[in-house]
Write a protein that binds this ligand. Structure first.
Ligand code: ASP
Length: 321
């Protein structure tokens, strides 16, 4: 592994396997009454969020706290970013706390990579514009592997606004690396040209979706659209919405959240037992614990080794007498 996690390409298949195994061991910790281990005690993690987030920011915070790190959460609203401070100056300011890791979400593609160059901390990309969201891809692979076992040959259809989706870009690569057969599906205006190079097939209609083992629906990323990409949401829903008719009983359903009910998914499938959406959120905590462990305490880069490196990360902290 490198110093940072910016994109799925930073991960070899064996890195992904190791992170998933580590996440399994943290799932056992999450089942305990006291869900904390001492692995990152005394180390500081900064969560820097320039874009709205519910699941990613709360799960990174919880993950860091469960590893006993000190956590600083900075959101763009209410911080000096509101006053016009640049990303570089903000990172320099926060570097004064000597963080072990900076978790960053930004509306700009490439922002996480820049922070990684400016900072000695391990930088984790929590979503940069329409570029990548690698921890989402890891938690999706983890969730699916828990449900299905080996992923070799599993057929996944990623449906919707692929063009503006960092989740799709990271997901295609991670699923393909794990041996899945990935197809992206959506209106031609929402499928990026040349996307096949990431390791997927392309379909402009849902006609063949019956072959999928897993349907992964995407939200329409209105915040990243400059023009009109579909005639209307109603027409989009008529052609691409996954509803109770289109989701077959043997298929699993995934979605990164937040769901727009009635657009990409009909309410009935969101609440069906075939949906793994809640499990994806649950997986977010343990997978992000595993990523933090990997970068800060595991067999990561030649940075200052944690004194817990050789220890069992799930060891419970001795209680004072
Ligand atoms: N939560 C995911 C993201 O931040 C997906 C979405 O917003 O549609 O990219």
């Amino acid at each position: 592994m490198r110093k940072d996690l910016i994109q799925v390409d930073d991960l070899a298949r064996q890195d992904i396997e190791r992170i998933l195994e580590r996440a399994e061991s943290f799932a056992e910790v999450s089942g305990r009454e006291i869900k904390k281990v001492p692995t990152l005690r005394g180390r500081t993690i900064v969560n820097l969020f320039y874009e709205s987030s519910t699941r990613t920011s709360s799960s990174f915070e919880l993950a860091a706290k469960r590893l006993s790190a000190d956590v600083v959460n900075v959101k763009s609203t209410g911080s000096a970013v509101d006053k016009g401070e640049s990303l570089k100056d903000t990172v320099q300011t926060l570097s004064a706390y000597d963080p072990a890791a900076i978790v960053i979400r930004s509306p700009h593609a490439g922002a996480a990579g820049l922070v990684a160059r400016w900072s000695a901390a391990a930088v984790i990309n929590a979503g940069d514009g329409k570029h990548e969201h690698p921890t989402q891809a890891l938690l999706d692979v983890y969730t699916l592997r828990r449900r299905l076992g080996a992923l070799e040959g599993v057929r996944i259809w990623i449906v919707g606004d692929v063009l503006h989706s960092r989740v799709a870009r990271s997901g295609i690569q991670a699923f393909a690396r794990m041996g899945c057969e990935v197809t992206v599906c959506g209106p031609p205006t929402l499928i990026p040209r040349g996307v096949e190079a990431l390791g997927c097939n392309v379909s402009w209609s849902l006609d063949g979706i019956g072959e999928a083992d897993v349907i992964y629906a995407l939200r329409m990323q209105n915040e990243r659209m400059t023009g009109s990409f579909v005639p209307s949401l109603r027409e989009y829903a008529a052609r691409y919405q996954i509803d109770g008719r289109r989701l077959r009983p043997n298929q699993l359903l995934m979605h990164p959240g937040p769901v727009n009910r009635g657009v990409e998914l009909a309410g009935e499938v969101v609440d069906s037992p075939q949906a793994l959406i809640v499990q994806q959120v649950e997986s977010g905590v343990v997978v992000r614990m595993a990523v933090l462990y990997e970068l800060l305490a595991g067999g990561g880069p030649a940075r200052e080794a944690s004194r817990f490196t050789q220890e069992d990360p799930t060891r419970v902290e001795p209680q004072p007498a």
